[in-house]
Design a protein around this ligand. Structure first.
Ligand SMILES: Cc1cc2nc3c(=O)[nH]c(=O)nc-3n(C[C@H](O)[C@H](O)[C@H](O)COP(=O)(O)OP(=O)(O)OC[C@H]3O[C@@H](n4cnc5c(N)ncnc54)[C@H](O)[C@@H]3O)c2cc1C
Length: 395
């Protein structure tokens, strides 16, 4: 949910499976809900904080209920292909080597391994730092807020559900330059972002340590060096919290990401590349599969008149491949446009679209480009996807 300008009605434009996940998380005590942003992002957006551990269980349960055959600890190693058609993918697991056959495939791996194995055109822009976010336990959210306030350093403030109570602080972002010198300098040295989110009284769920790799994170050896560097930075982050923030004297790492978190791996060339002009001008297309309205750099960059733009179906179709879709951070070459399309909520919407299209293609035995858009659109709308390409002038 996003309201970019005062006077523009706030409305939710991504529902469907993403909202279903948030509803299930709410039932499980794993989200702040769409918490009101009372300070920051022009005062009237929402922040949806989630407990990463509860999320892992809830989405696994949802997959299980939907009858999905889930493979764990399974590495995709290659494809069996006939011209533009992927016949099977090869995989290794504890059960051995196998070929998995399907009529349609989706690559939402961020790294784009499947697309690359299949011969898709791609580049590796390496235009972001990598990270390894941590959950920090043994902290006190109110005292951290008081610490920021005492320095006049509160930039973002959101209230929502936390530890069984409504209207609690669930997101805080600091004005870095107003933080005490030692804390600020230490944070800068380890690339620590000044934002925390939480749904627990004594836990910062999401503390980011950033590191700019010299080459793309696809490079295995450099990725290993980055992992080690980031784990050292995590330890330094804990020292900083313990030393400088009242209420955080017993801070500890409660969880880390199992591996490097990347913001961009491979960029896969698709039939359409969403431009910054499309995003900022709220452009919709005759094959939209979702509408989206948030930009990470708002208010500097935001969608015209507080509106939405569309993700066209063809932006999910890798050039030259007839039964593969991609979704998520893999698309959109322009960095500023990517700062919107790579947002989690946008990726989730794209995921629903790509998954739906792949299922329909598999069912009909057709390629991704011969699937009738009207059919895809009907099924998306039946599943609570909001499309706005008939509301705003399409191309
Ligand atoms: C530190 C950090 C902070 C961020 N903060 C925000 C934020 O506050 N708000 C926001 O909206 N966005 C944020 N983003 C961006 C957002 O998280 C990503 O753009 C988004 O998650 C991308 O989604 P995705 O599905 O493309 O990739 P991912 O979420 O990375 O999912 C890819 C999945 O594929 C799996 N995978 C990869 N390779 C293989 C393989 N070969 N076989 C099987 N599985 C594989 C991975 O394990 C992973 O689970 C942040 C990103 C980072 C790195």
């Amino acid at each position: 949910m996003w309201k970019a300008f005062p006077g523009v009605e706030k409305r939710q434009v991504v529902k469907g499976i993403p909202q279903e996940i948030v509803d299930r998380l709410a039932d499980a005590g794993g989200t702040s809900g769409h918490a009101e942003m009372l300070l920051g992002y022009d005062y009237d957006s929402v922040c949806t904080a989630i407990d990463t551990e509860i999320y892992k269980r809830v989405v696994f349960e949802m997959l299980d209920e939907a009858g999905v055959l889930v493979h764990v600890n399974t590495l995709l190693t290659g494809v069996v292909k006939e011209e533009g058609w992927i016949k099977g993918v090869t995989a290794e697991s504890h059960s051995g080597h196998e070929v998995i056959y399907a009529n349609a495939y989706i690559d939402t791996s961020g790294y784009g391994d499947l697309a690359a194995h299949a011969g898709a055109q791609f580049s590796e822009p390496n235009d972001y730092p990598v990270a390894n976010s941590i959950g920090v336990g043994g902290v006190d959210v109110e005292q951290y807020h008081a610490f920021l306030e005492s320095n006049g350093a509160v930039a973002h403030y959101a209230e929502g559900w936390r530890s069984g109570k409504e209207r609690q602080i669930v997101r805080l972002q600091a004005i870095s330059k107003k933080l005490p010198d030692e804390f600020r300098a230490g944070s800068r040295e380890i690339g620590m972002a000044s934002v925390i989110t939480t749904v627990h009284d004594d836990y910062f769920m999401f503390v980011k340590l950033n590191y700019k790799m010299p080459v793309s994170p696809i490079n295995r050896n450099e990725a290993a060096k980055a992992e080690l560097e980031l784990r050292k930075r995590q330890a330094k982050a804990i020292d900083l919290f313990r030393k400088y923030v009242p209420g955080c004297e017993k801070a500890f790492i409660a969880r880390s990401s199992p591996s490097l978190c990347i913001r961009r791996g491979r960029l896969v060339t698709c039939d359409y590349d969403i431009t910054i002009d499309d995003v900022l001008n709220g452009r919709h297309f005759d094959d939209d599969v979702m509408a989206y309205g948030f930009h990470d750099n708002a208010p500097r960059l935001q969608i015209k008149d507080g509106g939405t733009y569309g993700i066209p179906y063809r932006a999910l179709l890798p050039v030259g491949l007839d039964n593969l879709l991609v979704a998520g951070m893999l698309i959109t070459s322009n960095h500023d446009a990517h700062m919107s399309t790579r947002n989690t909520v946008c990726c989730m919407g794209q995921g629903q679209a790509a998954g739906t299209a792949a299922a329909l293609c598999a069912d009909r035995g057709c390629g991704v480009r011969t699937l009738p858009y009207s059919y895809l659109r009907t099924v998306l709308e039946e599943n609570d996807v909001i499309l706005e390409n008939d509301l705003v002038g399409s191309r």
